[in-house]
Design a protein around this ligand. Sequence first.
Ligand code: F58
Length: 859
Amino acid sequence: AIDSIIPAESRKLWDAHKVKKFNEPSEFQDRFISHVEWTLARSLYNCDDLAAYEATSNSVRDNLVIDWNLTQQRQTARDKKRVYYLSLEFLMGRALDNALINMQTDTSSSGESREMVKGAIGDLGFKLEDVLKQEPDAALGNGGLGRLAACFVDSMATGDYPAWGYGLRYQYGIFAQKIINGFQVETPDYWLNFPNPWEIERSEIHVPINFYGYVDRSSNTSTLTPAEWLGGERVLAVAYDMPIPGFKTSTVNNLRLWSARPTTEFDFAKFNSGDYRNSVEQQQRAESITAVLYPNDNFEQGKELRLKQQYFWCAASLHDIVRRFKKTRRPWSEFPDQIAIQLNDTHPTLAIVELQRILVDLEKLDWHEAWGIVTATFAYTNHTVMQEALEKWPVGLFGHLLPRHLEIVFDINWFFLKEVEEKFPHDVDLLSRVSIIEESSPERQVRMAYLAVVGSHKVNGVAELHSDLIKTTIFKDFVKIYGVHKFTNVTNGITPRRWLKQANPKLASLISKTLNDPEDKFLLDMSKLTALRDLAEDEDFQEKWNDVKQFNKLRLADLIKELNGGVDILERDHIRNTLFDIQVKRIHEYKRQQLNILGVIHRYLSIKEALASGVKFEEVAKKFPRKVSIFGGKSAPGYYMAKLIIKLINSVAEVVNNDEELCDILKVVFIPDYNVSKAEIIIPASDLSEHISTAGTEASGTSNMKFVMNGGLIIGTVDGANVEITREIGEENIFLFGNLSENVEELRYAHQYQPQKLPQSLEKVLNAVESGAFSPDSPSEFQPLIDSIKHHGDYYLVSDDFDSYVATHELVDELYHKDKKSWLKKSILSVANVGFFSSDRCIEEYAGTIWNTEPLKPE
Ligand code: F58
């Protein structure tokens, strides 16, 4: 039973006044109007779409909060093992539509409540679609890693796991991208302009967090015994909770995001010395800790504020976790039986050090007992093998900000190296290779990935190929030290609720009708989709399937038009037989958008050449059937080459789209400000999508799974989860090309010592770019891109993969335009076999093999 301060005799009264969910349209309307009048202090006469969005969200939230409270009570009372997912990023996107899909009322199941609200709000004079569009994206992440965390909290709630997410409540999410004269320009994403109905401020939950200062060890001199960390700056971490509803369950989990506030403590020293303004200013700086999300993708910058963010968040979260554990009055030894903490990349690695500090300094446990508890609690997910993305912190900066934590890191390292030395005596090289402290100049650095490996009981990669690679590259020595079983794989997944039902309602409805599954149970058990295999060649079904795709392509064309100031780029009548070829993801050299756009230029030049040599347009159009190449994605603000790639794409679009001779058989579109809500429109519209990273560089990729789940075919390299996608859907249903990861090193090596020999096809393309064909006013504008391929070793192997890329596109054209039936068959079979990539499967694997937790089902 849970304690309560309410006396027993009063509880009856509480029960009599129990809050109730809205279950019917008229109850929803009551609630909606109450919120318009009372929460928003508006009326019928000034209720616009935005107010309707706020009122609808508040009404839906009321329902969720009832289940949220029950879920939390249940989890406390049953006291089962809990999971905490620590991620510096949660790329949630919009919440309302998702809540409507997942929410249950007392009388309707998930899915049905959306229809009910749609009708009810319609009768009040609003269109649900317009109301949903009012919501700003919660864009608290950069890309794949942040979106993965968002999919995981959805699946943890759906699977009834007692699991919380912990993150930061940034006031500015990832910047909004504007394209001006073809260049990316960043503008701030202040997403909290209007009241956010999806967060509940818990001002009563505030944790003081310290920085800087010094360590006091009064009498004893050993760093292993309790010490006191004193002085320094202090700020408050205030909790904001977001309800996370599961699908077809009344479980509503919690995502707790911390926000920084000044403490109410007052600096009397400064005040007395007459420095009032300074003392206030210093306090105000506290808020800067959670002001902005760092906008880098696969690159670590090493800024002090970033480390401050990390500690602020780890310390607040651990304080919260420990407080909850202490309420159970269990002995410390049971901590790992009750709690699993998953580290999403190395960003939360300080949590390992902080827990060790709490146990040794505050709870006075013996060092080794504490360390046993720590390592049994934590597990770490790695998302990259690229050196520039591995976190390292200069020892000086680390020790200045967190003096006691640095001591603890040194001690962890000391015991670790001792263990290594005992296992592999006299291997000095090994010791320096695996040391958590890197002896680099000008300064030593803390290697966070190694600290995470040493402090965790399991380390996983995010796709089979990637998990194999980490064992032979960055963590090779650790496999030798700990054995191979510490390292495992959990292939990524995506939530089918958002990425099928919400993004593609037409396809979801065709599937539910076909499977005779009116309650959409397939969204929970995606193996049900295999029943579609039998229909892959059924002409009637193919036609319906194709109609859905056409609908989604028109929907995307509408969006593109809207973003283009109301001017169509694509002729509507042509959309039906235009291949939509899409690459949307962060812009990065390793993801090779440059390969894609150079391929587009190759196609353009080939068309022009054919026309110039007198070949009839009809013939040319047969060889190069209609196609639009669609790009989208943000570059890190300081990433020069990625920004130049964006500019090249826009410059090529300018030339190609205005070349009348082409009569629209080729178009190029760059969609500005790619984000989650745009992805929901873009992904369902693809015929083909591009996942063409240099082999061995993309850890998994998750948009590849999203495209396949929406019936798009993919062209890709043998990289990341493309490998398992191929295995699941069959190699005849995917267009693979390019060199394999095992050859990459050799090819790179060769580039360094031999002058680059480019294939003729690429030579032509680069010459055109160099001649200023796409930048007549400054012909050398794209020289750095050309040089990186021609003269700087072509690190990403564009030249090595170019011909096979172009040839594979020819196969795509041929199939799409000459054999639509077999195209549709491949599309249907892809969806039929995509079930493995549901994030529900991932969470089951984490729970079974890493967390050792079980679901806690609502009674
Ligand atoms: C991505 N990493 C991987 N990092 O690149 C992708 O292959 C994988 O599918 C995905 O994680 C999920 O596992 C990624 O998105 C970041 O954005 C970090 C942000 C913070 C700085 C370092 C990169």
